[in-house]
Design a protein around this ligand. Structure first.
Ligand code: NDP
Ligand code: HSE
Length: 438
């Protein structure tokens, strides 16, 4: 048995409960788990039933006392949200304690400030659980893939929305019912709008991008669309055309000519996207997440597994605690940081003008069922040199028709021009849907 490592837990909800369960049952796990001692736990409501047995002295409603407790070596923040999480993390760092957090919202917005404070104090802030739930993706990006030039990171990084999309597609389940089930299972954020509006995925892709490309981007400028406006007929039409619909998050390096001398030019986005049914991401179902990393020389590598929930997320949190505990036991906590584990930014990155971003598009128009409409819509694309992969009419009747177009790759600016021209056609009553397409 090595030296005891005191753990202070801020939050005992879905994730905190999972972490406490692991710490209090070390049998058959890595021997270092037995050296972790759960000292104190902060909650909001002392009366709430808990999944683990704790003494009254271990529980408090004052998180500051956990951070300040001299027996606590590592502070685990699983309260969520921006404040008081940010202030508590900074207070722990100031007190010379390493921090483990699953809180992507605070890291995506204040990660730079927190990393600087940690470097100055000589402590670690580890965030494996903040992206992909139980999937190891943060440490692989920081360490195992460090020799690569990363070109693209993309994937399904919100478990709640993938769970909703899967159950809607497989069972025809109602959106509101599946969302309520995701909340009951502990997958959703405190405010589930963060999941369904794509904000949680945007936080996570901002974090992955910082690690993959070595510098942060302005979180608020990431084009973000969730699934709350996604309509069942588009999922159905996509399926008939050989695609599934997934909420994809993408971070990619732009062509060298786009990059300024000062900053690496990147495109980041979150949007519902048609994924060909043979693509590896199409098979990612339920609460699972998958992250595809493309780099040189590795090529493509995909990380897959449960993206939310108590057990998987706690697995990632405890891995971070063990990393810190292992280093502490080996070095005696001499203040020197492992540069790969600490992983600071090393260059500046900026987002390109979204008008320059190229991808394939899926669009659905409501039109009259009149001769020549398909030709005129096709002409609006052709006039702007936009190549169409398929154009299909659905549901034609005297009441009108729906025309679905999938384009080849085109920049957003030209696509917007074509859409404006199509909307102006007298036979077209509206653009009913606009999704990305892999
Ligand atoms: P929960 O809402 O289940 O738990 C939050 C916990 O924090 C509760 O125990 C709550 O106390 C406590 N708490 C909240 N505010 C305070 C406060 N001011 N002082 C003391 N305690 C407080 O959230 P989750 O466990 O689901 O999520 C925690 C974090 O982990 C979030 O950042 C989330 O984004 C992230 N995360 C969650 C995943 C998941 O699957 N749920 C997966 C990956 C990351 P009380 O119980 O008394 O209300
Ligand atoms: N609400 C998040 C999700 C939790 O559903 O993915 C995991 O980060």
């Amino acid at each position: 048995m090595g030296a005891r490592i005191g753990v202070g837990l801020l939050g005992l909800g879905t994730v905190g409960g999972g972490v406490a369960s692991i710490l209090l049952s070390p049998q058959e796990r890595h021997p270092l788990v037995a050296d972790l001692e759960l000292i104190r736990v902060a909650v909001r409501d002392l009366q709430r039933p808990r999944p683990v047995d704790l003494s009254p002295e271990q529980l408090t409603t004052d998180p500051q006392t956990v951070v300040e407790d001299p027996r606590v070596d590592v502070v685990v923040e699983v309260i969520g949200g921006i404040e008081p999480a940010r202030s508590l993390i900074l207070a722990a760092i100031k007190a010379g304690k390493s921090v483990v957090t699953a809180n992507k919202a605070v890291i995506a917005r204040h990660g730079g400030e927190i990393a600087q404070a940690a470097a100055a104090a000589g402590v670690y802030v580890l965030i494996e659980a903040a992206v992909g739930g139980g999937i190891p993706i943060i440490e692989p990006l920081k360490q195992s893939l460090g020799g690569n030039r990363i070109n693209r990171v993309s994937g399904i990084i919100n478990g709640t929305t993938n769970y909703i999309l899967t159950r809607m597609a497989d069972e025809g389940a109602a959106y509101e019912d599946v969302l309520a089930e995701a909340q009951r299972l502990g997958y959703a954020e405190a405010d589930p709008a963060a999941d369904v509006d794509g904000l949680d995925a945007a936080d996570k892709i901002a974090i992955l991008s910082t690690l993959a490309f070595g510098g942060g981007v302005d979180r608020q400028s990431i084009p973000t669309e969730g699934i709350s406006r996604l309509q069942g007929e588009d999922v159905d039409y996509a399926r008939q055309l050989g695609y599934g619909v997934k909420l994809l998050a993408v971070a990619e390096r732009m062509a060298t000519s786009e990059a300024s001398a000062e900053a690496l030019a990147l495109s980041l986005r979150v949007q519902p996207t048609l994924v060909p049914s043979h693509h590896p991401l199409a098979g990612v179902q339920g609460v699972n997440n998958a992250i595809l990393v493309e780099g040189d020389p590795i090529g493509q590598v995909m990380f897959y597994g449960p993206g939310a929930g108590a057990g998987p997320t706690a697995s990632a949190v405890v891995a971070d605690i063990l990393n810190i505990a292992g280093i502490r036991q080996a070095s005696g906590g001499d203040g020197r940081l492992d540069p790969l584990l600490a992983a600071g930014s090393w260059r500046s990155c900026s987002l390109v003008d979204p008008g320059n971003v190229r991808q394939r598009h899926y669009v659905r128009f409501n039109t009259q069922d009149a001769p020549g409409v398909i030709g005129r819509i096709g002409g609006c694309f052709g006039d702007r040199d936009i190549s169409i992969q398929s154009i299909v009419q659905f549901n034609a009747s005297s009441a009108g028709a729906e025309i679905v177009v999938i384009t080849h790759e085109v920049d957003q600016r030209r696509m917007d021009e074509a859409l404006a021209a199509i909307r102006a056609l007298p036979e077209v009553s509206g653009l009913a849907a606009h999704l990305g397409c892999l």
